[in-house]
Write a protein that binds this ligand. Structure first.
Ligand code: SMG
Ligand code: MG
Length: 377
């Protein structure tokens, strides 16, 4: 039986948007570049019954996906926020439908929906986790490790995370930094749960190289080919033994159905931002669970706001693989919530307080804010 989710409608007086610059504890390198400062946006729904918070997980540049800070800011202030304010009194479940006429910009839609949901649930005194249908009070914590200077440096970095208790390691790979890096980690640490993420850095011309990864008994290879290459991923899946997991390609519930129908993936990475919101994320979860397809919760280097929401999502029963939900200190020395996520015995706790269950530290938020605007009704 599908669960009916209903949160309290709120009368939104306005939305506050902020761009944040959060210094990373160490640079994060993927196949598309290196980040030392996380540029991200947060949104606050202002209502008479209290505020709600959401996170817009765009990056400074359109390198992971087509969305980026200025595109998010522009579409939010010019189109999405005005259409929500026109309705004025809205429940979180209505946000997706109101914003549907506007194509794309899913990360922005996800952040706005989360802010409205959080406001409604806080007003009701109900947790986001309970609302989504969470069945666990903590979730296993995996860590995503960026490309390091050398395989030896990678081994050293991974050792540090294993010591802290992370239960699954994901390493980023790119052409020229794939087989040797994976081999080094496998050799150094034996049978640890290990997976790789290519962020779409390969093409079908690389099949032979990708098949070499079969030797390392990986949990999965994440997004080896381009976002649009669903058919090529299906071809690849037929030629390698390692399970193919899609990230960038899964932009919606419909995209999930298509990928599964074509055999392009046997595991799905669910990120609420990438699919337009937590409710769409739950629909993907429900479909995959019914089809026996394992899912796990991806990460976008979230602040304490998005991290709390991700922990709630990952507590749903179909999330059978550890997600990229690390402790806050894996990325940040100073988070923007009063109680940032910590690692406890390899797990992160699912917040139980009203709404997202975290309180925003306004002084810490102010210190990292580089742009702010309030759009009022
Ligand atoms: O939040 O722990 C995290 C980062 C996880 O590797 C991670 N995310 O492709 O899965 C991915 C990347 C995208 C990050 S680009 C900002
Ligand atoms: Mg990925």
């Amino acid at each position: 039986m599908p669960i009916t989710r209903e949160s309290a409608p709120v009368t939104v007086d306005g939305f506050e948007l902020r761009v944040l610059h959060l210094p990373l504890v160490s640079p994060f390198t993927t196949s598309f570049g290196t980040e030392s400062v996380r540029e991200v946006m947060v949104v606050r729904a202002l209502t008479a019954d209290g505020d709600g918070w959401g996170e817009i997980v765009t990056q400074a540049a359109p390198l992971y996906s087509s969305e980026y800070t200025e595109s998010a800011w522009d579409v939010a202030t010019r189109w999405l926020i005005p259409s929500l304010l026109e309705r004025r009194t809205i429940a979180g479940e209505q946000v997706g439908g109101i914003l549907e006429p506007f194509k794309g910009h899913r990360m922005v839609k996800a952040g706005l929906e989360l802010a409205v949901l959080d406001a409604g649930l806080r007003a009701e005194g109900r947790s986001f986790a309970e609302y989504l249908g969470a069945e666990r009070d903590r979730v296993p914590s995996g860590v995503s490790v960026g490309i390091q200077e050398s395989p030896a440096a990678l081994v050293e970095t991974v050792a540090g995370y294993l010591e802290q208790g992370y239960v699954r390691i994901k390493i980023k790979i790119k052409p020229g930094r794939d087989v040797a890096d994976t081999a080094a980690v496998r050799e150094a640490f034996g049978t640890i749960p290990l997976q790789v993420d290519a962020n779409s850095a390969y093409t079908l011309a690389d099949i032979e190289m990708l098949a070499e990864l079969d030797a390392f008994d990986l949990l999965l290879i994440e997004q080896p080919l381009q976002e649009d290459d669903i058919v090529d991923h299906a071809t690849l899946a037929g030629r390698v033994r390692t399970p193919i997991c899609l990230d960038e390609s899964i932009v919606s519930h419909k995209a999930t159905l298509d990928a599964l129908a074509l055999g392009a993936a046997s595991i799905i990475n669910i990120k609420a931002g990438r699919v337009g919101g937590y409710l769409e994320a739950v629909r993907i979860h429900d479909t995959c669970r019914a089809a026996g397809i394992p899912v796990w919760c991806g990460g976008m280097l979230e602040t304490g706001i998005g991290r709390a929401a991700n922990a709630a999502l990952a507590a749903l029963p179909g999330f059978t693989l550890p997600g990229d939900i690390s402790a806050s200190d894996r990325f940040y020395t100073q988070d923007i919530v009063t109680e940032p996520a910590v690692l406890e015995d390899g797990h992160v706790r699912v917040p139980t307080g009203p709404g997202l269950g975290v309180e925003v530290d306004l002084a810490a938020l102010g210190a990292v804010t580089v742009a702010r605007e309030v759009v009022r009704a």
